[in-house]
Ligand binder design. Sequence first.
Ligand SMILES: [Zn+2]
Length: 326
Amino acid sequence: MKASVLFEQGKPLAVEELELEAPRPGEVLVRMAASGVCHSCLHAADGSWTGVPVPIVLGDEGAGVVEQVGAGVELRVGDHVILSWAPTCGRCHYCVIGRPNLCERRQPGRGVLPDGSTRMSLKGRPVYHYGHVATYASRTVVHESCAIPVDKNVPLDRAALIGCSVMTGVGAVINTAAVPAGASMAVFGVGGVGLNVIQGGAMVAAHPVIAVDVVAAKLEHARALGATHGVDASREDPVAAIRRLTRLGADYTFVAVGNTRAVAQACEALAPGGTCVLIGVPETGATVPLDVRPIVTAERVVRGCSYGSARTREDLPRLGPRQLSA
Ligand SMILES: [Zn+2]
């Protein structure tokens, strides 16, 4: 099969013919129909995230058709699937308490399948799988829990985006923060994931839904997808602007950009009792100074959000057909 391979961080990808092993028990082989391009792959490619094993096939969101199944797999050949970068075992502590996005069998950053090995190789040399799914390939072998069946009417090029960006952004609102109707929220960074956070805010009828970015065109796009206000952080202080629009500060802030200054501003822009949800991941080792006092006295919450706290088997099909047929 053909795949785009990253041989060295900071260098361009190269298209190569790779050997792909057949799926082992509990795995499936998927013929890729479409793949999204995620900013996290750019971080891995340009070297801002360190420790990425190479050679590696990037790509953590995609959709395709099951072509071959390993022993004991429920999926059938011909099933349409959204690929999920977070395998779930269904048995570990986090899976059974309803937080399968934190499954203990994940192998974050190691470039291997849940059993610790790879299925791809180039002239006998192992090639790693980015995000357990390695979607920048014509075919890929994944753990069955990473292939979520969806309605065959869902166009696969759109389904591809649901597996990471949409799940993360909408999930941050509906799962991680569980924003109630009428709550105020601000989204720092309205690129791919940030726009999906905006859509999540519109879905739950948050108000206002404030988009913060430094690119005017992105703010316009955010308004088209449900933002009620746009704040250009290159022209005005976003904290002051959010306070002006909400009086007390935002009930929820989301940081959908890997930028430490935005993290600090999003914490500062919170109302008493508010929650700041961190989605974007800055460069490896980045830290943010934290003003502790308002966190204590105003009971502010700062929390992380991985994959929109996804329960993939439930959430991915739910975000698919209903959204796309609208
Ligand atoms: Zn688990």
